[in-house]
Ligand binder design. Structure first.
Ligand code: FES
Ligand code: MG
Length: 585
């Protein structure tokens, strides 16, 4: 490439600015630049290459992360896009988090990844950045980090895995993982068959193929305006995905020096649109926590009351597992997120800006009309008449709680029952299948101490199993309550994210077995039917001791992590204007 790059006209100036940004103090600025150029020339770059807009590419490839297994091809395509548009691509690593290989939970590490992302974008000279992520926590971590770093950024999704075939039945991670494991536990299938299924559930590299957290965050990233058009849905191994990568690189060059930084994309309107999308796709409850964290980085808060209002008027339109029957690759064939945006149009802020330099409405118009398909339903014929999520409040959850009603037994949505309480995960593991456990089908199972500090890292353990002796009697669903999260691929009458959590002395800490609890989804209430006087007596008698750690990341985590309503982010990473606000104000 010997010709001068043709960018949006800001490229050259941006490159010069970029080369100077964040300089360490080796004497005067000129000398610092001189040193920097000397070192990078050690890698064989010419002055012509170094005069171009520098585009960082965040490489989150890892042998521990098959959801990012197409990283080498994606990076190559992004680089091609950057160079064709006249920029200089510079890929660099950050940590990578996979759901199944991150202990104690992936959520525990999300903030660490966001700090890594933010600081490496800040530390190294670049004019714009392409963030490559896909597995559940990686896209939230990258959006959080990039929002704080304050330069233009494009989110590139790794893409979903393909579905597999087990004895001619279509399967995909991980709704089908749960279903087949339950069959195996019930001795409906044998060792040989469960081993066969194990080979088919994850048929290729890429993210889970149902509407779990990864797919939810992909759809949300596109709706927020953070990806190129159609960036959410192409599966990981397709030509479409590689083309999206090339386009993302070119887009980043156009953004370099444009001043269109992440905070200008992530506005209140963009978050409103994202909440609409979350509701319409019957998305993962985890996305609420992630959106609160991302919003907190740009000085905004997710209003749960607003989410609830939107929920009453936004139907579930997407027929994907676990709410429906299809998989991500089917959404892609049906037109992707644009097909959903088209249906949602009357409810969206179409003037929200995107990284593509046009508004969401303009982008949608440019994508043309849709076509007949059976994956994205019309408003007149929804999968579920209301948004999948409802926000509950009451004396048990003064800071709110969430229930995914589209994935629950409608009969249990108005229910009063006796609490059967488990103090923590170990207590649950020891007693849930005990034949002597005093539990009936109309009881309410309560699990404490799986909140942000409790476990720690708010594990996806809110999907409390049905006690074996009841499961054998055919009980399929019960009301279950915890301060934890649930996998986006799971289902049931499950109240999650009870805030504040038990480990810091939230009301959940003083629920005892035998207490009565009332759930009313129609009234959006969750009530502990115990007199305040008695609760006060319990508080005095059994004060809660907050978990602490002596050193390291765990100490940083336990001392700084916020509750679910603030996104489980670290308080010191939130926008400064939010840090100054008093709790509850
Ligand atoms: Fe990575 Fe499901 S494990 S997306
Ligand atoms: Mg998940």
């Amino acid at each position: 490439m010997s010709k001068k790059p043709e960018t949006d006209g800001h490229g050259q100036a941006a490159a010069a600015a970029g080369m100077r940004r964040g300089l360490t103090s080796y004497g005067d600025q000129g000398f610092s630049l001189f040193l920097r150029k000397a070192f990078i020339k050690g890698a064989g770059y010419t002055d012509d290459a170094l005069a171009r807009p520098v585009i960082g590419i965040v490489n989150t490839g890892s042998a521990y992360n098959p959801c990012h297994g197409n990283m080498p091809q994606l990076i190559e395509a992004v680089k091609r896009g950057v160079m064709l548009a006249g920029g200089l691509p510079m890929d660099f690593p950050t940590i990578s988090i996979h759901e199944s290989f991150a202990a104690p939970t992936s959520m525990y590490l999300r903030n660490l990844m966001s700090m890594d992302t933010e600081e490496m974008i800040r530390a190294q000279p670049m004019d714009a950045v392409v963030l490559i992520g896909g597995c559940d926590k990686t896209v939230p971590a990258q959006l959080m980090g990039a929002a704080s770093a304050g330069i233009p950024a494009v989110q590139l999704i790794t893409g979903s895995m393909l579905t597999g075939s087990h004895r001619s039945e279509r399967v995909g991670a991980c709704t089908d993982c749960r279903r087949y494991w339950a069959k195996y536990r019930a001795e409906e299938i044998d060792d040989e068959e469960i081993a066969d299924v194990n080979n088919q559930l994850v048929a290729s590299v890429g993210t889970c193929s149902v509407m779990g957290t990864a797919s939810t965050m992909a759809c949300i990233a596109e709706t927020l305006g953070m990806t190129v058009p159609g960036g959410a849905s192409p599966p990981a191994v397709t030509a479409d995905r590689i083309r999206v990568a090339e386009e993302s690189g070119a887009r980043a060059v156009a953004l370099a020096g444009s001043g269109l930084t992440v905070d200008k994309i992530l506005t209140e309107k963009a978050f409103d649109n994202a909440l609409r999308m979350l509701l319409a796709i019957g998305g993962s409850t985890n996305a609420i926590v992630h959106l609160a964290a991302i919003a907190g980085r740009v000085g905004l808060e997710i209003d749960l009351a607003k989410l609830d209002r939107m929920g009453r008027e936004t139907p579930v339109l997407l027929d994907l597992k676990p709410t429906g029957s299809h998989y991500m690759e089917d959404l892609h064939k049906a037109g992707g997120v644009a097909a959903l945006l088209r249906e949602l149009k009357p409810l969206l802020h179409l003037d929200a800006m995107t990284v593509n330099g046009v508004t969401l409405g303009e982008q949608l118009d440019a994508q043309g009309p849709g076509f007949a398909q059976d994956v994205v339903r019309s408003f007149a014929n929804p999968v579920y008449p209301q948004g999948g999520l409802a926000v509950l409040r009451g004396n048990l959850a003064p800071g709110g709680a969430i229930i995914k009603q589209s994935a629950a037994d409608p009969k249990l949505m108005e229910h009063e029952g006796r609490a059967v309480v488990f103090d923590n995960l170990q207590d649950l593991a020891e007693r849930i299948d005990d034949e002597a456990l005093d539990v009936r089908a109309d009881d309410i199972l309560v699990l404490k101490n799986i909140g942000p500090l409790g476990a720690p890292g708010m594990p996806e353990a809110g999907y409390i199993p049905i006690p074996r002796k009841l499961a054998r009697q055919g009980v399929k669903d019960m009301v279950r309550i915890s301060d934890g999260r649930m996998s986006g691929t799971a289902f049931g009458s499950i109240v999650l994210h009870v805030t504040p959590e038990a480990a810091i002395g939230g009301p959940l800490a003083w629920v005892y077995s035998g207490d009565r609890i009332r759930l009313s989804v129609s009234k959006r209430e969750i009530t502990l039917l115990v007199p305040e006087q008695e609760l006060e007596r319990r508080r005095q008698q059994q004060p809660v001791r907050k978990p602490v750690a002596g050193r390291g990341y765990r100490k940083l985590f336990l001392e700084n992590v916020t509750q679910a309503d603030k996104g489980v982010d670290f308080e010191f990473l939130r926008a400064e204007e939010l840090q100054r606000k008093q709790p509850g104000s």
